[in-house]
Design a protein around this ligand. Structure first.
Ligand code: SAM
Ligand code: FES
Length: 344
């Protein structure tokens, strides 16, 4: 294993055979070596610093119908909500006081939030917080729209590609959505100048070592600044209700591999990882992640942004999440920093 890890690290790349070997590895000591090598790589670049992003889930309306997602348009049991601009700005104010210097505005593809409305919100946040990064995660748009948000002051964009394999993409999405369009959006965003994040769920229905290999190749090709991965977790009101969730072990292995082949990447230890294991986020950091995204959304709506079942932290105030995260990171020898946390 030591030689294999060394080779991946040196080449900053992995073959399908090597990926299969790691995914099939059961020896805990060897797996531990992989995680340690990845955590060391992260430390060489970012030290023991963990960047925090304040997540504001501002709408759970969505015009899409992704089969895995709890806020898909066909879910009649979803209790829909939208935050007003004033509510979003109040989340930012609270977040700024708590030491957040990045705000992530995430939501379904909600037609109420036209380009004008998004630009109005973004430019108000930009005016109020010139020292903060503004990240958008609002799905697939025209290049002109992305350009307008950028000019209004947004600087980062998260758009998980979900899977880089065409057939797998069709297993996860209805016919009207295409991988080609999603990839084009990512290329457009990069061209405009955004710091871009792609990513995928681990253990989603239909995923195989081969599709994961394509994901890793796509990441090499796109060279994103961020990669968001977390386990797939079924949601009871979706067509994937009865499917099996992704595992902690596999997610940790993939976090480590991504760190080794893409050393500088900003890599979150996600809420989904914390949902499938009580120490999931800590373990994610120890496997090479360097970002956490505590929730800044008002407690009143937290329960409603239910992408998957049993989501954690839905009852906690932003300050509780912030300090809970700080303690969790300190317990494993890391510190949360007040910083925009840009790509280095
Ligand atoms: N609408 C935007 C988009 O499509 O990129 C952002 C919101 S979307 C809910 C954010 C991410 O949640 C998706 O990219 C997906 O990977 C993840 N997600 C959705 N359902 C999930 C599930 N059941 N388990 C784990 N992650 C899920
Ligand atoms: Fe639109 Fe999930 S289906 S956010």
């Amino acid at each position: 294993m030591t030689e294999l890890i060394q080779e991946i690290k040196e080449k900053q790349n992995i073959t399908l055979e090597q990926l299969k070997q790691i995914l099939g590895e059961k020896d805990q000591e060897k797996i531990q070596q992989l995680h340690e090598a990845a955590a060391c790589t992260a430390e060489e670049i970012y030290g023991k610093n963990i960047f925090i992003r304040g997540l504001i889930e501002f709408t759970n309306y969505c015009k899409n119908d992704c089969f895995y997602c709890g806020i898909r348009r066909s879910n009649r049991n979803a209790d829909r909500y939208r935050l007003s601009k004033e509510e979003i700005l109040a989340c930012c104010k609270n977040g700024y006081e708590l030491g957040f210097r990045t705000f992530v505005l995430q939501g379904g593809e909600d037609p109420y939030f036209t380009d004008d409305v998004i630009c109005d919100i973004v430019s108000d946040i930009r005016k109020e917080y010139p020292d903060c990064a503004i990240t958008l995660s609002i799905g697939e748009k025209e290049k002109e729209s992305y350009q307008r948000y950028y000019e209004a002051g947004a600087n980062r964009y998260l758009l998980r590609h979900e899977t880089a394999d065409d057939c797998h993409y069709q297993i996860l999405h209805p016919k009207e959505l295409s991988l080609e369009h999603r990839k084009q959006c990512l290329r457009d965003l990069k061209e405009i100048g955004y710091q871009v994040g792609c990513g995928f769920m681990v253990g989603s229905p239909g995923q195989t070592p081969e599709t994961l290999f394509e994901d890793l190749q796509f990441i090499k090709e796109l060279e994103p600044h961020m990669v968001g991965i977390g386990p797939f977790i079924p949601q009871q009101d979706t067509p994937f209700a009865g499917k099996t969730a992704g595992t902690l072990e596999e997610t940790l292995k993939l976090l480590s591999i991504i760190r080794l082949i893409h050393p500088h990447v900003l890599l979150p230890s996600t809420t989904a990882l914390g949902t499938i294991h009580p120490l999931g986020r800590e373990k994610g950091i120890q496997a090479g992640a360097n970002v956490v995204m505590p929730n800044l959304s008002p407690v009143a709506v937290r329960e409603k942004y239910k992408l998957y079942d049993n989501k954690i932290c839905t009852g906690d105030e932003a300050a509780e999440c912030r300090y809970c995260m700080q303690k969790r990171m300190e317990s494993i020898g890391y510190q949360v920093v007040v910083d925009r946390g840009d790509y280095r």
